[in-house]
Design a protein around this ligand. Structure first.
Ligand code: TEU
Ligand code: CA
Length: 565
């Protein structure tokens, strides 16, 4: 049973290397920088470091476009430094999770270079090459083999002039999709994974792993999807999200890579669009696929027709969503818990209240809420400091390929620049990618050079140095939450019970295990609520952990309490 697994008691910390710490003054974070800051992680009490990609890459998508799976990009350091990192983490009792990006490679990967070189290349079939739509000529508008829209705007098909065929890229055109139907591709990936495990890594975070199986018609073609509103393109989700062979592939991967190997590993599959029902299958230990998945439901609640069509978030929707995931994976499988990562705007700005008055309280309230759910929590660099969205003022300030592609596409489709800027300010991934704020110095202690992306001006107040010795800081609160998970079995394994399901602002639940019951109460608003009427059992209960001093009978704005009944 998954209840016995070590990762039920673990906290994972994500490092986005480019923005974590620069050791050589080129303005880009690197492995040397991570090695310098390991005390921060140890002090925070995290158990696992998930490292976003550091492999050789043209950096079209900041390393999620890999050109060599078995080396380190000189931008980030060397294999010797990676070995050093593994050893240093292990010496401190921490583990290392590598990012596994195998739905696609870079177009500069030798596999793709060879595949593209000719229709007869032995690696032609390692990617998805297709002729133009029947009756149309290559390059004609609408001649793409399917109508699918890319995650990064425009069609998923790129014409290769030399052969007159198109290749598939669900993300940027510089990220061609690997053809997992081809067993050679799968075995090359498994061999690479074994090589990393032999080197000492403790597992993988698997990028968009539920997209590796595409629904192919018997004649080898891929099918159009339903048209998207206001676009000539359609959605291919029905053809590539959790496709027909996904479970077979993940079971094969598990057999080929992990089965029979000694060690305490962790696998987490990133799965946009995954449902609770599918997640039960993916994470059922008896099926031997992955330990847990990243689901996307809660980070889609403020999306309209797309992520750029931003809608106000209703806290009740958030409760309902988390509640279903908690219930759905209670008896089988396991949840991963996250607010932030390198693809999401900062949670304190999005789900909390980043005004000066409530920033600290809402950051600690959200942290308490998430960490007391049943599942493995993931903390994204800077989240433990209450880092917020960046105050972008113009379209020129963005660096992310998703943001840039969207802004070009939206402006050319007639959108107003102001409108595009407003959406990017709220949703751009660059909000999460500004450098970690270590101290109040000009570049926040991140670099002695010029940072690749601007440091948030609020670093003069919001930084690790200022928080390290302050017991009321966001950082200190995260430290306490991590300690609590390590100390109390009920935090890791306790059953979850939602309370006040219909309440607009107060998020309350119980966790219980072996006669111990915790009551968690969080006020996700600026409105105070009297506890006596709302949750009489809270009055007089022992306070295990709270985010505000002097807890009384009123639940103050953004107050969070963990009580023992
Ligand atoms: O992201 C997958 C994904 O579908 C989204 O989170 C995506 O980043 C975007 O927000 C959709 O609007 C993973 C990685 O985490 C991301 O950084 C990569 O860009 C992407 O895959 C491609 O590898
Ligand atoms: Ca550097």
């Amino acid at each position: 049973h998954s209840g016995e697994a070590w990762w039920t008691r673990a906290v994972v910390y994500q490092v986005y290397p480019r923005s974590f710490m620069d050791s050589n003054g080129d303005g880009i974070g690197d492995l040397g920088g991570i090695l310098q800051r390991l005390d921060h992680l140890a002090d925070l009490g995290v158990d696992v470091l998930w490292l976003s990609p550091v492999y050789p890459s043209p950096q079209a998508d900041n390393g999620y476009d890999i050109s060599d799976y078995q080396d380190i990009d000189p931008l980030f350091g060397s294999l010797a430094q990676l070995d050093e990192l593994i050893a240093a983490l292990h010496a401190r009792g921490m583990k290392l999770l590598m990012d596994l990006v195998v739905n696609h490679t870079s177009d500069a990967h030798p596999w793709f270079v060879e595949s593209r070189s000719s229709k007869d290349s032995p690696k032609r079939d390692w990617y998805w090459w297709r002729p133009p739509r029947p009756g149309m000529a290559a390059g004609d508008p609408g001649a793409e083999p399917t109508n699918w829209q890319s995650f990064f705007s425009g069609p998923v098909w790129q014409l290769d002039e030399a052969s007159g065929e198109y290749y598939l890229h669900l993300f940027d055109r510089r990220q061609p999709d690997l053809n997992w139907e081809n067993p050679q591709v799968r075995h090359a990936v498994y061999e690479m994974m074994r090589w990393w495990l032999d080197r000492g890594v403790d597992g993988f975070r698997m990028d968009v792993i539920n997209m590796i199986s595409k629904d192919v018609a018997p004649d080898g073609s891929l099918r159009d999807g339903p048209p998207l509103p206001g676009s000539s393109l359609g959605s291919g989700f029905g053809s590539f999200l959790c496709g027909p062979r996904i479970h077979e592939f993940l079971q094969e991967m598990h057999r080929e890579v992990f089965a029979g190997r000694n060690g305490a590993f962790l696998t987490v599959g990133e799965m946009p669009g995954v449902t609770v029902e599918q997640a039960r299958l993916f994470t059922d230990p008896a099926r031997a696929e992955v330990d847990m998945v990243f689901q996307f439901e809660h980070v889609g609640l403020d999306h309209g027709t797309s992520k750029w069509d931003v809608h106000p978030l209703r806290m009740r929707d958030l409760k309902a969503s988390f509640g279903r995931w908690q219930a759905g994976l209670a008896d089988v499988g396991w949840n991963s818990l996250y607010w932030d990562n390198h693809d999401q705007p900062r949670a304190v700005s999005r789900f909390g209240d980043d005004s000066p008055e409530f920033r600290r309280d809402s950051a600690t309230c959200l942290a308490t809420l998430l960490h007391l759910h049943r599942g493995t929590p993931y903390v994204y660099q800077g989240q433990e400091l209450g880092m917020a969205n960046y105050p972008f003022r113009s379209l020129e300030e963005f660096a992310d390929v998703e943001s840039l592609n969207h802004s070009v596409q939206a402006v050319s489709a007639g959108a107003h620049a102001d409108e595009v800027l407003a959406a990017l300010r709220t949703m751009s991934r660059d909000n999460a990618r500004t450098p970690v704020q270590w101290d109040a110095s000009p570049h926040a202690g991140f670099t002695t050079g010029t940072p690749w992306l601007a440091v948030n001006p609020d670093h003069v107040e919001w930084n690790a140095d200022a928080q390290r010795t302050d017991p009321s800081s966001v950082l200190a609160h995260y430290r306490r939450l991590h300690a609590l998970r390590h100390e109390l079995p009920v935090v890791a394994m306790g059953d979850f019970g939602m309370l006040l399901a219909e309440h607009e602002h107060v998020y309350a639940f119980t966790r219980s295990l072996d006669g111990v019951t915790l009551l968690v109460v969080c006020n996700l608003s600026r409105t105070p609520y009297g506890l006596a009427t709302l949750l009489p059992e809270a009055i007089g209960a022992d306070l295990v952990l709270g985010n505000l001093p002097d807890a009384g009978d009123e639940l103050r704005p953004w107050e969070a309490r963990v009580l023992r009944l």
